[in-house]
Design a protein around this ligand. Structure first.
Ligand code: GAR
Length: 198
C-alpha cells in the first residue's frame, strides 16, 4: 500500500474521499497522518472519526514559511510518509517541502488549470462567466498551481448557479478524481513529466 500523508486546512471532504476509496478497495493505500493548520478545520474531526492520526501544526508560530515547512517535513518523515497529498491546503510551499518529496506531492485545485490559479478559484471562474468549470489534480512545484497536470474533470456552469452551488458540483468531481489520480501517479515515473512543465 502507498503510504500517504494528507495536508488539509479546512473542511477535509477530499481527505475523506481518499479515506473512503481506500476503505472500498479502490485505492491500495494507507493514510499515515493528517496534518492540519487551523484548529477549526473539520478535517481533524473527520480524522478522529476515521481513526487516522492527526497532527496540528500552526503556521502562525513559525518565523517564516521555510521553518513551517521544515516542521511539516519532520512530521511526514516521522509517520513514514511516501506521498504527500494537499487536499485543501491553503499555504504556499517552499523548496524545503518540495525537495524533501521530489515529484511526490499532489495537489487538488478547484479550476481547470492553468485558468484561475490561487485562492477563490471558483469565485474567479464564476466572475469570468465561464460556461465550463472544473477541477485539476496536479504535481506540486514551486510555482503556485503550476506543476504537471495528472487529471482534470469538467462540469457545466448552470444559469442559476452561485459560486456555492458551482463549488458543490466541482467537489463531486474532486472526490471522484483525486483517489484515481493518486493511484495513477504512483504507477508511473513522474520525474520527466514534472520536469517537462517547468
Ligand atoms: C477544494 O475544493 C480544493 O480544490 C480547494 O479547497 C477545497 C477544499 O475542500 N483547494 C484550493 O483552493 C487550493 N488552492 P475540502 O476541505 O472539503 O477538501
Amino acid at each position: 500500500p502507498l503510504k500517504l500523508g494528507i495536508m488539509a486546512s479546512g473542511n477535509g471532504s477530499n481527505f475523506e474521499s481518499v479515506a473512503q476509496a481506500i476503505k472500498n478497495g479502490e485505492l491500495d493505500a494507507k493514510i499515515q497522518v493528517l496534518i492540519y493548520n487551523n484548529t477549526s478545520a473539520k478535517a481533524a474531526v473527520r480524522a478522529e472519526n476515521l481513526g487516522v492520526p492527526s497532527v496540528f501544526l500552526d503556521h502562525r508560530k513559525y518565523k517564516n514559511r521555510e521553518e513551517f515547512d521544515g516542521e511539516i517535513v519532520q512530521t511526514l518523515r516521522q509517520y513514514d510518509v511516501e506521498w504527500v497529498i494537499m487536499a485543501g491546503w491553503m499555504r504556499l510551499v517552499t523548496p524545503i517541502l518540495i525537495d524533501a518529496f521530489p515529484d511526490k506531492i499532489i495537489n487538488i485545485h478547484p479550476s481547470l488549470l492553468p485558468s484561475f490559479k490561487g485562492v477563490n478559484a471558483v469565485e474567479q471562474a464564476f466572475a469570468a462567466g465561464v460556461k465550463i468549470a472544473g477541477c485539476t489534480v496536479h504535481l506540486v512545484c514551486l510555482e503556485m498551481d503550476s506543476g504537471a497536470i495528472l487529471m482534470q474533470a469538467a462540469v457545466p456552469v448552470l444559469p442559476n448557479d452561485t459560486p456555492e452551488t458551482l463549488h458543490a458540483r466541482i467537489q463531486v468531481e474532486e472526490h471522484r478524481i483525486l483517489p484515481i489520480a493518486i493511484a495513477l501517479a504512483s504507477q508511473h515515473n513522474l520525474h520527466q513529466l514534472n520536469k517537462y512543465t517547468q
